[in-house]
Each structure stands twice: as structure tokens, then as C-alpha cells.
Design a protein around this ligand. Structure first.
Ligand SMILES: CC(C)(COP(=O)(O)OP(=O)(O)OC[C@H]1O[C@@H](n2cnc3c(N)ncnc32)[C@H](O)[C@@H]1OP(=O)(O)O)[C@@H](O)C(=O)NCCC(=O)NCCS
Length: 141
């Protein structure tokens, strides 16, 4: 789809190098090979590109193979933020997840992004949700 001159697409090719550059553009840590590792587990992803092909936005949708899809790694290049690109990408991701047969789209985010996910993108707060950091969990054998 064309959104204000930005080409926003589902499952269009995106390289690991492009995603590393996009991540670094907003100060994020980019590990080489990350996207090549993650992509096989993705239901799909949305890319946003300028007319010259430059990648300015991305969001990934992971999937449980059934009713649940998970929105991950939403990012818009800083110089292009607050123009509606993030919202447009999330809406396309939600539509494609629904088309794939999913009933629920999950996301978690830090408090300051409530206006983005809840107000702009249309997520609602769950009745309850939990998250566990597994890094420090002792592993029993
Ligand atoms: C979060 C992010 C993807 C939003 O992308 P975006 O293209 O700027 O989003 P939109 O232009 O569609 O924003 C729509 C509305 O959401 C809200 N919003 C967007 N970014 C926001 C932010 N950083 N903080 C608070 N509200 C925000 C605003 O209400 C905005 O409308 P406004 O510009 O008229 O005020 C972008 O800020 C980003 O890439 N951040 C760095 C990476 C990150 O933190 N990703 C989230 C992982 S959970």
C-alpha cells in the first residue's frame, strides 16, 4: 500500500543488514544475523520504504501456528517518526494476521508507548498478562 509516498508492504524482502541499520538508527543494539535467525519463525512482517528503496520502518509478527500472533520489533527511522508510519504498519500487520486466521494479536511495550499502541494502533489493555525474564532463571535438568 502507498501511505503518503511511503511503500508499506507485507512480507516484502528485507535484509539482515537493512534491519541492523534501522535498529542502530534509533540507538538499538543490532546483532548480525538476527533477522536471518528470526525470519523462519515469522508469520510475516511489514516493511516501509521510501521511493528510493530506503527502509524506514519495520514490524515483525511471530505466530503460535494457531489463533495467536505476536507483534515484535516495531520501529520507524527517527527522521520519519510521528508521520503515521508506525500506525500504518501495525494496521497492515493486524489485517494480515487476521487473514491468516489469527484471532488475537498480542504486544507488550513500555509505559511511555501507551499512546502509540493503545490510542493510535487500537490495542486494548488485557485483563491480566504476565512476562518472565528467563535470563536469570536457574535451569534444572
Ligand atoms: C514506537 C514507534 C515505532 C512509533 O512509530 P511512528 O512511526 O513514529 O508512529 P506514528 O507516527 O504512527 O505515531 C502515532 C501516534 O502514536 C503516538 N506515539 C508515537 N510515538 C510515540 C512515542 N515515542 N511516545 C509516545 N507516543 C508516541 C503519538 O500519539 C502519535 O501521534 P502524534 O504524532 O500525532 O502525536 C517509533 O517511535 C520507534 O521506532 N521507536 C523506537 C523503537 C521502539 O521503541 N519500538 C517499540 C518497541 S515495543
Amino acid at each position: 500500500m502507498n501511505f503518503r509516498g511511503i511503500d508499506i508492504r507485507w512480507r516484502a524482502p528485507v535484509t539482515d543488514t537493512e534491519l541492523a541499520a534501522l535498529t542502530q538508527s534509533h540507538g538499538g543494539h543490532a546483532a548480525a544475523g538476527w533477522w536471518d535467525q528470526v525470519r523462519p519463525h515469522s508469520l510475516g512482517w511489514v516493511s516501509a520504504r521510501l521511493a528510493d528503496g530506503s527502509l524506514v520502518g519495520f514490524v515483525n509478527v511471530a505466530w503460535d501456528g494457531g489463533d495467536h500472533a505476536f507483534l515484535l520489533d516495531t520501529k520507524t527511522r527517527p527522521a520519519y517518526q510521528r508521520r503515521g508510519i508506525g500506525t500504518a504498519m501495525v494496521h497492515l500487520a493486524a489485517q494480515r494476521a487476521k487473514s491468516a486466521g489469527c484471532e488475537w494479536l498480542h504486544v507488550d511495550f513500555s509505559t511511555e508507548l501507551r499512546p502509540f499502541y493503545l490510542d493510535a494502533c487500537g490495542f486494548r489493555e488485557p485483563d491480566a498478562a504476565g512476562i518472565m525474564n528467563l535470563y536469570s532463571l536457574a535451569v534444572t535438568r
